[in-house]
Design a protein around this ligand. Structure first.
Ligand code: AMP
Ligand code: ZN
Ligand code: MN
Length: 873
């Protein structure tokens, strides 16, 4: 007896020791791993490529904006009465509900239940098209889907299994994500019955990922319901109806993996393969039940109809993103209720902990959205509780706390044992938690903007993707929906933030990729350094045999002829200063744009020889300094306009006689107030365009407003349709006019494109974010405005924005395909006036004024030595 007791104690102690050793080893291992990860200051996503990052477009991104359902362009039905974001096939489904099908023909004669070894793996677009063709000929097919939800914020469909009588198809919805719309028609075809088992989730997942809507469905789970089966699971049906065993644990596998294991393929096929047979068997039961049970012949198909009706009701469901009052609020309330309030104490400690729970939940939610991870993959509920109660004060301690708790509970998603808590999001953003605990990271209300900015803002730590881009853009809508007292602060932030997001992309797209100044040197034939320049200029001289190469790296040439003038002749060493590739304003070296100190609208009208030495008046500026300089220049233009009495925008003053005649521009001489003196070509054109396209549909007040804009141009007289069409051409170059005319020739009604409103063929309702993005892209295409007469000096591929494109605000309204020479006529008159009244000195003084404007606005600290306001050519 005693011996037994002793043995028991020994065994208990031994196992305790063993567990402790295991625990400690594991713990050490993880600590070790942390040492490696925490040294990485930047986000883990820079080195981890997740499968969904190759999706080009996503319908449901991680922003707080509402999910937009498919809009059918087909106007033949009563689409006008449909709710704006309703079910696109509501009508079709309602018809089915009112006239239910009673013959399904799930089985085509005899068919074997056996699952052969062959199946079709569908992974290319052409294979998918083939599949669509096959399915279009079927009366019925079976469907199941597999999702992945751990490494994704909203989850995505990783596989679709489709079975016909003949074959099993496995559709790789990761590889085919962007072209899945190919299957849309067969799924929404009311003449083809789709058999699912427990379709509630599948139906909305298909909507979420592919805008695929199921019309005409038979759900075998609903049939079980109606038949009051003891169980409704597919495993039960497989076993009882088909005598097939299945291991449902496989549904939790990582369905992103490729190739799928044999076991997974088998499991996935099984889920769809037997559905037609099961459906057939269940309908037979339903019909029998009806005959046995019915008191009147009218009820004959009652049960079958009910099963069919319930199935199609499922199809009416609509996918929606979950919404919360505040990010993470649902989770934090639940955690506080379950873990903190239980003790019933309202001490300061617990209040502090509650606040931290809220912060951590909000942070977790945002981090999930930014990195496209599920919240549980960011931080577990238990870890949040642990951190909030313990409040560790060093990053090491924080890390250990999380590791400890998750190891102890190990309810963690054991997706693959190689990745264990703390997950990479925590590892690369541990600092945030540290600051939250030390209360350094703002109040709850300010937390999100700060984190968002840190991750995705300028120089943010994390990559921008199709999942998080509109998180930035839409952040303003999220913030405006709550926390009213802080409205103003948020508003500012929002504006700034939205601009920041665009700016980030803007910088990426526009700034010079290659250094603008190549720091090549040109020597005179007596060995004196003449100037620095770029490679192209060197090549220009070399190719013409006008110079020889005298040094390789960095390259230098010596001219073989005596240049017309030498820099020192003018006592000016500007040209031999090395021009550095940095913003002359603040010194920023990562990105910069060219900036013209003398606005193009004037400079293009200068006499040729005054234009030629331009390099002095073109400087590099970062986007921020560029904006400052540009804004100052725009203000100064207005001042010039007033001073000289030459308005910035001209309007055509036409009396009715003139109306049929010339189309030349005549300035308005009646007013000194340049701003009110006219209408800009852009405004004029967009007003005219809107009136032509939507005139009779828009609210009358808006219509009136637009008409006023156009009328202003036509001197206030009444307008004809022709006037509107003519107005579309104002301010366009001959080339652009021809382009527009050509388009008009095809279909005037579609000339919306001209106004930069390119229609997406298909899902044109994908949210503003993408539209913004694409606008930026189109601006890019039209941005490198070649300045003819530029000589050889600066055609090095560096980007430059024209007058209207460089302002952050105008960027969004930018009418990409119309380059605006809005101030051209004003510039021309100013220069003509200067030359007429003061000769070339007038122009030189004018240039000096602009340099002063530039210096006063930007306070440049990095101008090349020798640059000065009074520089003379
Ligand atoms: P099924 O309808 O059984 O094919 O399941 C479809 C998808 O739903 C799976 O790929 C899983 O992502 C998800 N799923 C269903 N049930 C569970 C569960 N009990 N646990 C985790 N994931 C599940
Ligand atoms: Zn990150
Ligand atoms: Mn399945």
């Amino acid at each position: 007896m005693e011996l037994k007791e002793k043995a028991k104690v020994v065994i208990t102690v031994a196992s305790l020791v063993a567990v402790t050793i295991l625990f400690v080893t594991e713990y050490r291992r993880r600590r070790q791993r942390r040492k490696q990860t925490s040294s990485l200051s930047s986000c883990y996503l820079h080195s981890e490529l997740k499968p969904q990052f190759c999706f080009k477009r996503v319908l449901a991104d991680n922003s707080y904006s509402e999910f937009k359902h498919l809009k059918l362009v087909d106007a033949s039905s009563s689409s006008l009465e449909k709710p704006s974001n309703g079910h696109p096939y509501e009508t079709e489904i309602t018809v089915l509900l009112e006239n239910p099908q009673i013959e399904f023909g799930f089985l085509r004669g005899e068919c074997s239940l056996e699952m052969s070894d062959s199946y079709v793996w569908v992974e290319t677009e052409s294979q998918l098209k083939e599949l669509a063709e096959i399915l279009a000929k079927e009366q019925v097919f079976a469907v199941d889907t597999e999702q992945h939800s751990l490494r994704s914020f909203l989850g995505f469909t990783a596989l679709i299994q489709i079975s016909t009588h003949e074959e099993d198809f496995l559709v790789d919805t990761i590889a085919l994500h962007d072209v899945m719309s190919i299957l849309r028609p067969v799924f929404s075809d009311p003449n083809i019955c789709k058999v699912f088992h427990g379709a509630d989730n599948d139906v909305i997942w298909l909507q979420r990922d592919f805008h695929i809507y199921v019309v005409n469905m038979f759900d075998t789970a609903k049939a079980c319901e109606v038949l009051s089966k003891p169980q409704r699971s597919l495993a039960y049906l497989l076993e009882t109806v088909c005598g097939v065993a299945t291991n449902k644990l496989l549904q939790r596998e990582d369905w992103r993996q490729r190739p799928l294991s044999e076991e997974m393929v088998r499991y996935a096929r099984t889920d769809a393969h037997y559905l037609l047979h099961i459906a057939d068997s269940l309908t037979t039961e339903l019909k029998q039940l009806a005959t046995e049970d019915s008191s009147s012949p009218d009820d004959r198909f009652h049960f079958l109809l009910e099963a069919s009706r319930r199935s199609n009701m499922t199809c009416l469901q609509l996918y929606m993103k979950e919404t919360e009052d505040f990010p993470g609020s649902a989770a934090s309330s639940s955690i506080i209720y379950r873990h903190l309030n239980g003790h019933g104490d309202k001490s300061n400690i617990s209040l502090n902990a509650e606040e931290l729970v809220r912060k951590l939940c909000a942070w977790r939610d945002l981090m999930g959205r930014i990195h496209d991870e599920s919240t549980r993959y960011v931080l577990s509920d238990q870890a949040i509780v642990g951190l909030s109660c313990k409040q560790p004060t060093t990053t090491e301690e924080i890390y250990d706390t999380i590791a400890h708790i998750d190891l102890a509970t190990e309810s963690s998603p054991s997706l693959s044992s190689s990745v264990q808590s703390p997950y990479p999001v925590i590892c690369s953003h541990l600092d945030d938690i540290y600051k939250m605990i030390l209360d350094k990271l703002a109040k709850l209300d300010d937390l999100l903007p700060v984190v968002l900015k840190k991750c995705l803002g300028t120089n943010g730590t994390c990559p921008i993707s199709v999942f998080n881009y509109s998180l930035l853009v839409n952040f303003k809508t999220k913030l405006s929906s709550h926390s009213a007292p802080k409205q103003n602060g948020h508003k500012n932030f929002k504006q700034q933030f939205t601009r920041k997001a665009s700016r980030e992309l803007f910088v990426k797209k526009f700034s010079c990729k290659a250094p603008v100044y190549h720091n090549c040197r040109i020597y005179a034939n007596d060995g004196r350094l003449l100037c620095y320049c770029d490679k192209r200029k060197l090549e220009w001289y070399l190719n013409r045999g006008l110079a020889k190469l005298v040094e390789e790296n960095p390259p230098a040439i010596m001219l073989l002829f005596e240049p017309k003038g030498r820099p020192e002749d003018e006592g000016n060493d500007f040209y031999i200063q090395t021009k550095r590739n940095i913003c002359v304003g603040c010194g920023e070296g990562k990105h910069y744009l060219r900036y013209r100190i003398i606005p193009s609208c004037y400079r293009v009208h200068f006499p040729e020889h005054l234009k030629s030495h331009r390099s002095h008046d073109i400087v590099l500026l970062c986007v921020d300094c560029h904006e400052v300089a540009h804004a100052a220049a725009e203000r100064y233009k207005k001042q010039i306009a007033t001073e000289f009495g030459i308005p910035l925008f001209v309007r055509r003053v036409l009396d009715s006689k003139e109306a049929q005649g010339t189309s030349s521009l005549v300035e308005d001489e009646s007013t000194g107030d340049s701003e009110d003196a006219g209408v800009s070509p852009l405004h004029l054109r967009s007003a005219a365009m809107a009136l032509l396209r939507h005139g009779n549909r828009m609210p009358s007040s808006r219509r009136e407003e637009l008409l006023q804009t156009v009328k202003m141009y036509y001197g206030g007289r009444d307008l004809s349709e022709e006037d509107l069409e003519k107005a579309l051409l104002i301010g366009l170059s001959p080339h652009e006019r021809r382009k527009l005319e050509r388009k008009k020739g095809v279909s005037f009604k579609h000339s919306a494109e001209v106004a930069g409103m390119d229609k997406q063929e298909d899902e044109n309702n994908d949210g503003e974010a993408l539209a913004d993005f694409e606008k930026i892209m189109t601006v890019e295409r039209s941005t490198v405005v070649d300045d003819s007469g530029d000589g050889t000096s600066e055609g090095d591929g560096a980007k430059e924005l024209n007058d209207t494109q460089c302002n952050g605000n105008t960027l969004h309204q930018q009418n990409s395909k119309l380059s605006l020479l809005g101030h051209g006529p004003h510039g021309k008159q100013i220069v003509e006036y200067l030359l007429r009244e003061h000769g070339e000195d007038g122009v030189r003084d004018f240039c000096q004024r602009w340099r002063k404007v530039f210096v006063d606005a930007v306070h440049p600290r990095h101008l090349p030595g020798g640059w000065n306001v009074s520089h003379r050519v």
